[in-house]
Ligand binder design. Structure first.
Ligand SMILES: [Zn+2]
Length: 92
C-alpha cells in the first residue's frame, strides 16, 4: 500500500469516511500529467483523440457528507456486490 495520505483505491478496495461511514460520495482534488494525442481537422479544430495518464497525485479527498478529510481510509470492497448496488447509502 502506498504511504501517501491519499492513495487511490484499487480494484478490490474503496474509500470510507472514518467519521460518518460514507462510502460513495467524495470531493477529490487531484493533479494529473497526461499525454494527449491532438487530432486537428483540416479547418484547424483540435480534438483530443487519445489521453494517456503519465502521473497522477491525489491532493485531497473530502467526504461530501460531513466535510472531513482527515479520516478517509481505504477498506475492502464487499464481495458479490454489483456496480448497481454501490449507492445504497442514500442522500443525506
Ligand atoms: Zn464523512
Amino acid at each position: 500500500m502506498p504511504t501517501e495520505a491519499f492513495a487511490i483505491p484499487g480494484p478490490g478496495s474503496r474509500w470510507r469516511c472514518g467519521h460518518c461511514g460514507n462510502l460513495t460520495r467524495f470531493d477529490v482534488t487531484r493533479t494529473r500529467t497526461v499525454t494527449e494525442y491532438w487530432h486537428f481537422t483540416m479547418a484547424g479544430e483540435p480534438e483530443v483523440a487519445e489521453t494517456t495518464v503519465v502521473a497522477e497525485e491525489v491532493a485531497s479527498v473530502m467526504c461530501r457528507w460531513c466535510g472531513a478529510s482527515d479520516r478517509i481510509e481505504i477498506v475492502d470492497r464487499p464481495t458479490g456486490a454489483t456496480p448497481d448496488e454501490k449507492d445504497l447509502g442514500g442522500t443525506p
